[in-house]
Design a protein around this ligand. Structure first.
Ligand SMILES: [Zn+2]
Length: 319
């Protein structure tokens, strides 16, 4: 790897780490702080050991310099896990209060809407950060990268731009209307509680379209892509699995009700491992898994093209 390129990537990672956006609360122009998509003192604390969990390594510089294969789960302090520049100091506390200041209660519509909003704002910010970083790479590293790589980065950012300009405002406005009127029927939720503490935690969007062709079709057309939200939240004595989607996308999500009733464990592993890069695993769980299975998990997280047939997904999260 070219030395100059490494240095440039290092600088860009630093810029990204310190990047702030305007608060995602409507009409607030304060700058964001580091919000957590998974509550630090709640679900992350519950699965942690010595305040550490295993989370995805997104730092390209570390991957380049330390030679860790891209996208692996690495030990991460919980204060640095699942962090994103979403809300200002005031709104970070205020917006998430329904799920952070009160215990989760099965079927609570305000809590479901809060989790949906949190997941959407997390995704929005991730996409913005990825766009920012890629743009910097295109600007600062154009002479250091092969043309084909540059072209690929440009194409990726075209897709992100479409999402940021089109899908993002759509989902944010739906999420706020659900949050402001939780019983208005904007959202549908399937919520299941398991009577044990699962040492895994996640807050992610996923596509409910399981058919790849269907997915590509939906991503290609102008209307917003179909996204549902998944939250895996262990508490002190149980674990909540909360899945929400827009009522207008109900047909695409019909299968979820049955899957969560009859194949909950498989469903959790499928979404948390294959559909998401935002899984946090407790050291107790991850370190008990043999290295071959870990490798399969990394592959499954990496990309749907690499993960092999769905029935071969390793079931590491046990319920
Ligand atoms: Zn604010």
């Amino acid at each position: 790897m070219d030395h100059k390129l490494k240095i440039e990537i290092g600088k860009i990672e630093k810029l990204k780490k310190n990047k702030k956006f305007e608060c995602l609360f409507p009409n607030c122009s304060n700058m964001s702080i580091g919000s957590h998509s998974q509550q630090r003192g709640g679900q992350l604390k519950v699965i942690s050991r010595n305040d550490e969990v295993y989370a995805m390594n997104f730092n390209m510089y570390e991957v380049l310099t330390k030679g860790e294969s891209a996208f692996t789960l690495v030990k991460t302090r919980i204060k640095n896990a699942s962090i994103y520049p979403g809300f200002c100091q005031n709104h970070d506390g205020q917006v998430f209060a329904p799920v952070e200041k009160h215990p989760l209660k099965l079927g609570d519509s305000l809590q479901a809407a809060t989790l949906f909003l949190r997941t959407i704002t997390y995704e929005v910010t991730r996409k913005r950060l990825a766009y920012f970083k890629t743009q910097k790479i295109i600007e600062n590293c154009s002479k250091l990268l092969p043309l084909a790589v540059l072209e690929n980065f440009k194409l990726q950012n075209l897709g992100r731009k479409k999402f940021i300009e089109n899908d993002l405002p759509f989902y944010l406005s739906k999420a706020y209307s659900a949050y402001n009127s939780p019983d208005s029927g904007v959202l549908k939720t399937k919520w299941v509680v398991v009577d044990k503490i699962i040492k895994a935690s996640s807050c992610t969007v996923f596509s409910p379209m399981r058919d790849t062709n269907e997915r590509y079709h939906h991503q290609a057309i102008a209307c917003p892509q179909v996204m549902s939200t998944f939250n895996l939240i262990p508490t002190d004595n149980e674990t909540h699995i909360v899945v929400s989607w827009l009522a207008e996308h109900h047909d695409d999500n019909l299968w979820i009700d049955g899957a969560m009733e009859t194949e909950l464990e498989k469903f959790i592993n499928y979404i948390a491992i294959c559909e998401s890069e935002d899984i946090c695993l407790g050291p107790d769980l991850w370190e008990s898994i043999d290295i071959f299975t870990r490798e399969r998990v990394h592959e499954a997280i990496h990309h749907e093209l690499h993960r092999g047939p769905l029935y071969e997904i390793p079931n590491i999260i046990r319920i």
